[in-house]
Design a protein around this ligand. Structure first.
Ligand code: MSP
Length: 661
């Protein structure tokens, strides 16, 4: 292991608010960074945002703001989420920052000096969702194979990168470095891709100007992927000198964590740019799988996008961090479901871990006057526990270093379960009854030592939990006590410290609460309206984070005409019983009787605020029941959900029932 460690996440597009997929990679990177820091390595963790390109430009235009205004707003959403998820990054790069743009131009010039850039024409089928051209063969009936939206035929003057020149050197590098592309299946995918003819790559655009100008030819902007990928070295201040500058020399090459959909950009384009520039290739590109949600693809049009803030509010940050990394092997696809999360929270966090801490601290309070006892001689029972702990320390570290998060946690849980078993077998309550204080002290000291080990081991995954555990054991959660160096000692706990019994680490979620959560999240899905998913996004009606055009398919005017939109005047409103979110409205749609509509806007509005409002209502939706209350329509609103929802309403003189077109 080198003495420094550099981990990156993809930089996220700012046309969209953060979702589960973004949170997943960023949590994984945070866990690795924390682990390496706690192992005493010089560590750098980079994340950031990708702010250029046509996709962002179009999304900003659709919202009537400038691209930078859009970026400034969305960046705050990312930063706030990272804070909420306890993400401790060292640097956050935005591609609109001058420090980044300089490096993009520097890299472009370097590649140009190597004779690897020439001017030509590009003609092809372009997808703005991917910011990528496709060939006729790749397109599926003229549509993007990933986004399924129609491809645009474009012909433009373009600078090309001689990628073809680097196919063979890259292939050799992959063959010689099995750790370069992981997991294995992705490595094979790229080797397969390289067996086909690697074509030169168009790396500039003239059709829009939201990007970094090509040095020396300002009619062009640098292709967004060339721009974006450079972030990994611009954030290190790569200065083009022999050693690249202090940070670059100290941290490059990186471990890039990415999703499998952006593998080719990271495992072919980026390394060939670097080969041309004469720079070392990334240490590893690790591509994780994709999350589905309750068995369905997560997509804005199905309105099932999992909003990480809501998850944290419901389960707490550490349960979310734990679940995402424990549930699915990194590299494979996985399914998110509340049932699975609650199952793990109850069994593994509340029962296994929470109980071990609670039992131990309460028995030390009772049997040892609330202070860490001094252990006597080890018996085989203690010796076995200690040996297991040593193995778990080694094994969980090796697994984490290989990005096998779920296995690393499984290994730590071996120790958690062994701790509980140890207490059952050593039976401190019997020792207490029999007045065997010395043995009792030995047992409780070993149980506490097991917990101290577990706290240090789980810290990268669940920093708050680890700190809470140490506090209950009577230790400060400081850098020293959380460092892995302390794991060389058994026992490492000084005796005589006062334990601090505290609240349960993870309160269990019972059946009723689980049912309520389920209802709440289903209500969430209908944040701006009354029915449940699946349902295609109505034109102009953003779902959670649907403020980009990228994923929306087009519809004809006839299809739009099938949606009956009318002005509705709110005559009455009250909360649906036992729901924070749902409000039942009586809306005058110019019909004989007011219509009853249920809307998930109760965190953003009080019923009183709604009275007298003239709203946009979808009048011909099939009725549905929400928490037992019938809804016969849907009101339109914008915003990501929760308390951040704004209703579409009419300020001028319109009559209830008037049609909206
Ligand atoms: N801006 C580019 C990356 C440039 S890196 C130099 C980009 N941004 S993104 O915001 O669209 O996506 C970022 C990441 O989210 C990707 O790694 C992608 O795999 C991940 N995910 C998007 N949906 C996902 C799931 N449903 N599940 C897991 N990850 C997913 O691409």
């Amino acid at each position: 292991m080198a003495d420094s460690f550099y981990v990156t996440t993809p930089i996220y597009y700012v046309n969209d608010v953060p979702h589960l997929g973004h949170a997943y990679t960023t949590i994984a990177a945070d866990v690795l960074a924390r682990y390496h820091r706690s192992a005493g390595r010089r560590t750098r963790f980079l994340t950031g945002t990708d702010e250029h390109g046509q996709k962002i430009f179009k999304a900003a235009r659709a919202q009537g703001v400038t691209p930078l205004e859009l970026a400034d707003r969305v960046v705050e959403r990312f930063r706030a989420l990272w804070q909420k998820l306890d993400i401790d990054y060292d640097d956050f790069i935005r591609t609109t920052e001058p420090r980044h743009q300089q490096v993009v131009q520097r890299l472009f010039r370097r590649v140009q000096e190597r004779g690897d850039i020439y001017l030509g024409h590009y003609q092809g089928l372009y997808c703005t969702g991917c910011e990528e051209y496709y060939t006729e063969a790749q397109a599926e009936q003229g549509r993007c194979p990933i986004h399924k939206q129609p491809l645009e035929k474009l012909r433009e003057e373009s600078y090309f990168f001689r990628m073809s020149r680097y196919a063979e050197p890259l292939r050799r590098h992959i063959e010689a470095h099995p750790e370069f592309i992981q997991p294995e299946i992705r490595r094979n995918e790229i080797l397969g891709f390289l067996r086909e003819d690697l074509r030169d790559l168009s790396i500039s655009r003239t059709s829009f100007d939201w990007g970094v100008p090509v040095p020396g030819d300002e009619r062009h902007v640098v292709y967004v992927w060339f721009d974006a990928l450079s972030n990994y070295i611009s954030a290190l201040g790569w200065d083009g000198s022999d050693d690249g500058g202090e940070l670059f020399a100290g941290f490059w090459p990186a471990l890039h964590l990415i999703g499998k959909d952006i593998l080719r950009f990271h495992a072919v384009y980026w390394p060939t740019f670097l080969l041309s520039a004469g720079l070392p290739l990334p240490r590893t590109v690790f591509a994780h799988g994709w999350w589905t949600v309750e068995g369905e693809k997560m997509s804005k049009s199905l309105r099932n996008v999992v909003e990480p803030n809501a998850l944290v509010d419901t389960y707490g940050v550490d349960a979310v961090r734990y679940f995402l990394l424990r549930e699915v092997p990194f590299g494979l696809d996985g399914d998110f479901s509340h049932r699975a999360l609650i199952g793990r929270l109850n069994a593994e966090l509340a029962n296994d871990l929470g109980n071990l801490l609670r039992r131990t601290v309460s028995m030390v309070s009772k049997y040892c006057a609330g202070r860490t006892p001094r252990p006597g001689a080890r018996r085989p029972l203690e010796q076995r526990l200690l040996e297991l702990a040593e193995r778990v320390v080694r094994e969980s570290a090796a697994r984490l270093e290989g990005c096998h998060f779920h296995k690393s946690l499984a290994s730590i849980w071996e120790l958690v379960r062994a701790g509980n078993r140890y207490l059952d077998e050593a039976a401190p309550w019997t020792l207490n009854k029999n007045g065997q204080q010395q043995q009792l002290d030995t047992v409780m000291a070993h149980a506490m030592e097991t917990l101290r080990h577990i706290a240090v081991l789980v810290w990268p995954f669940m920093p708050g939990t680890a700190a809470g555990m140490l506090a209950q054991l009577g230790l400060q959660a400081d850098e020293h006590n959380l460092s892995r160096a302390t794991l060389a000692d058994w026992p490492g706990l000084a005796s005589g410290q006062r334990v601090q019994p505290g609240p349960p680490l993870f309160p269990r979620i019972d059946k009723d609460q689980a049912a309520e959560i389920d209802r709440r999240f289903r209500g969430d899905d209908a944040a701006a309206g009354g029915e449940t998913r699946p349902r295609p996004a109505a034109a102009g009606q953003p779902g959670p984070g649907a403020d980009s055009e990228a994923d929306m398919e087009t519809i004809t005017i006839e299809q739009f005409g099938q949606v009956e939109l009318r002005v509705g005047l709110v005559k009455a409103a009250e909360r649906v019983k036992k729901s924070d979110k749902l409000i039942v409205l009586q809306v005058d749609l110019g019909e004989a009787e007011p219509r009853q509509v249920v809307a998930g806007i109760g965190l953003a509005y009080t019923p009183e605020q709604l009275l007298g409002k003239k709203l946009a209502v979808v009048a011909n939706l099939k009725p549905v029941k929400l928490m037992g209350v019938e809804s016969r329509g849907m009101i339109l609103a914008a915003g990501p959900g929760g308390d951040n929802v704004v209703l579409a309403e009419f300020a001028g003189d319109v009559q209830p029932g008037e049609s909206i077109h």
